[in-house]
Design a binder for this molecule. Structure first.
Ligand SMILES: CC(C)C[C@H](NC(=O)CN)C(=O)O
Length: 623
């Protein structure tokens, strides 16, 4: 059954205004991406420390929830792609889900105000459940928002280009990636002003209509092919070239050809999550690693979470260098550095980054005190007498801990200045000079001390303190300041970012170029899903595979990625690059369809759907 020609909707490509060969609408799209990433990375940078030091979760739980959130952000794009392709279209999906996103950010911000539940004003929230629930709600809304925006923006950007702009289309993905990273770098207060830019460009966009429920049609077609193959499993039936050809009886050849293209790429994606498993630990393990290092750069003090900005800074420098210098140079040398080869090399760079992280960790471990395990405790006894004293602790004696100072009752003596230490101080932040004022009634005195990063001190204050103007205060260093400098993390950041430019920018471009026209967002969602799976792997490893040494965990991840990149290179070797438009045109030709009937296939698919529904007695009116 065919629609009469009068009912056919033939989509025409809107003529777009150009600047230097680029559609002007692209400007609004990249600025929108800049704003979205700006708010996403601004929040994500502090997330693991928020879990660790505000909600007081341990390192492993903080790491797991952080990666669960990132995974959710890159799983929801499937939802975004379905909504965009089958219902709202990319433009409206981006707008509506941006609103959900903004509500999520506000909810998250409110969850961090401890005064809301801090009735006794002691600086600690009284109701952690409230803060946890609110922050989880905020994170879920943000993840939904991201999911709506992420798969649509890159594909929507690609849609703006006409056929004669294929060179500009390639550069677009690099510029797009630059904007992502500029956004993550400049997370400042201008977001609310800039966010309206995307809507401002509304009149200039090429807005393709949603093409029916393409995901649903794809699933049904795959389901039918599998069922049909199973029904004809006997060897008496002739073999078909591809298992998807078993859908030939019922489904359009063009749809089958498009599904084959997508499946081929999705199959190739299977090993990719491992790259993200390593890559996204910048925000968790590497940030926690930075808390045990010194951020004193002389002119300024860098906080552990700020170290993550090295990644976007390097992206902003490396993308142009790679695009303009390295890749053309490799090409000039006659080497075929194809997209899939670039991605493999990118993976190897990420593995090297983790070897570098392991070496830094070994250096850090040499400087760390021995913390007690869960079955041990640690005591530090400070002798304020001028002579040597022997302290004997009988195993059966109990310890009495008082709120001011700590008293240890041993079988022989009682000392009044004893402290205990069980972890590095919060956030490794105390690398500054602090002034203290001691008061007792009318009496007071002031003293000043410089503290090193990650150090812990005990002050012994004698009763004569006011008479000598605080001079008699003695300082005991319980834990040495962090001595390994955060600059040592720069090589690992450099390696992972070089890997990212080769892997991620290329992957983004590859996913767009290898997708049929009506499945661009779907394949973008598939690409983002590789990131989601990667984050799920980290949280499984963080929760289950607790290795006693952090450096060993880094080396484990590096070895896994090397193994996976070998598998990927073998798969890539057998992959043939395609031009989806050419294949689609070929199938159309075989079906005897004219090129100008380009947009019919969707209607025909809907027509088949409708036929089926009619068979079931569902009445539908078609305009
Ligand atoms: C994880 C994404 C697929 C890639 C990209 N991340 C970065 O650019 C980080 N440097 C993003 O879209 O956020």
């Amino acid at each position: 059954m065919r629609y009469p020609p009068t009912l056919l909707i033939i989509a025409t490509k809107k003529l777009t205004a150009e600047c230097c060969g680029y559609p002007i609408s692209i400007f609004f799209i990249v600025v929108n991406e800049f704003c979205e990433r700006f708010s996403y990375y601004g929040m994500r940078a502090v997330l693991v420390l928020y879990f660790r030091y505000f909600l007081l979760w341990d390192d492993d739980l903080a790491t797991s929830i952080y990666h669960a959130f990132v995974a959710l952000c890159y799983l929801t794009p499937i939802l975004g792609a379905i909504i965009a392709d089958s219902w709202l279209g990319k433009f409206k999906t981006i707008i509506y889900l941006s609103i959900v996103y903004a509500i999520g950010q506000v909810t998250m911000a409110i969850s961090t105000i401890h005064d809301i539940t801090d009735a006794n004003r002691d600086g600690t929230p009284d109701n952690f459940t409230f803060h946890i629930a609110l922050s989880m709600l905020g994170l879920i809304l943000i993840a939904l928002g991201t999911g709506g925006i992420k798969p649509c923006v890159a594909a929507f950007g690609g849609d703006q280009f006409q056929e004669h702009q294929s060179r500009q289309l390639n550069t677009f993905f690099s510029v797009f990636y630059l904007c992502i990273n500029a956004g993550s770098l400049l997370s400042t207060l201008i977001t609310p002003v800039l966010r309206v830019v995307f809507i401002a460009g509304s009149g200039m966009y090429v807005k393709t209509d949603p093409e029916g429920n393409i995901m649903w049609s794809v699933c049904k077609c795959i389901g039918f092919a599998i069922k049909n193959r199973f029904r004809h499993r006997s060897s008496s039936y002739p073999k078909r070239e591809h298992w998807m050809d078993w859908a030939n009886e019922k489904y359009d050849k063009l749809l089958i050809a498009q599904i084959k293209m997508v499946l081929k790429v999705l199959f190739l994606y299977i090993p990719l999550p491992m790259f993200w498993t390593l890559f996204d630990q910048k925000g968790s393990r590497w940030t926690l690693q930075a808390t045990t290092m010194s951020g004193d750069f002389g002119a300024f003090i860098l906080q552990p979470d700020q170290m993550q900005t090295v990644n976007p800074i390097l992206i902003l420098t490396l993308v142009p260098i790679m695009d303009r210098l390295i890749f053309p140079l490799i090409q000039k040398c006659g080497l075929n550095f194809s997209p899939l080869k670039r991605m493999t090399v990118g993976m190897l760079f990420a593995a090297m980054a983790f070897v570098s992280a392991a070496l830094v960790q070994i250096e850090i471990d040499k400087t760390l005190p021995n913390f007690p395990s869960s079955s041990e405790s640690q005591l530090k006894v400070v002798n304020t007498y001028s002579t040597t004293l022997n302290v004997t602790i009988s195993p059966n004696e109990h310890l009495l801990i008082e709120s001011f100072g700590v008293q240890l009752h041993t079988s022989k003596h009682t000392y009044s200045t004893i402290s205990y230490v069980k972890s590095k101080p919060r956030e490794g932040k105390n690398a500054i000079r602090r002034d203290f004022v001691l008061r007792h009634g009318e009496q007071w005195c002031e003293f000043s001390r410089k503290f090193g990063f990650g150090a812990s001190y005990t002050f012994l204050i004698p009763s004569t303190v006011f008479s000598d103007d605080c001079e008699s205060i003695t300082e005991v260093e319980d834990m040495k300041p962090n001595s390994v400098h955060m600059a040592l993390q720069i090589p690992q950041y450099f390696l992972i970012t070089t890997g990212e430019v080769m892997f991620s920018v290329t992957g983004l471009q590859f996913s767009y170029s290898q997708a049929p026209k009506n499945m661009k967002s779907v394949l973008q969602a598939g690409w983002l899903c590789t990131n989601a799976v990667g984050n799920i792997i980290v949280l499984i490893v963080a929760e289950l595979g607790k290795l006693p040494k952090q450096w060993a965990e880094y080396l484990l991840f590096a070895s896994l990625l090397v193994a996976v990149s070998i598998i990927f290179s073998i798969m890539a070797y057998f992959y043939t690059y395609i031009d989806p438009a050419e294949i689609e045109a070929q199938v159309r030709k075989e079906q005897g369809l004219e090129p100008e009937e380009m947009e019919k296939e969707t209607l025909e698919m809907e027509e088949k759907d409708e036929d089926q529904k009619n068979e079931q007695g569902v009445k539908q009116t078609k305009i």
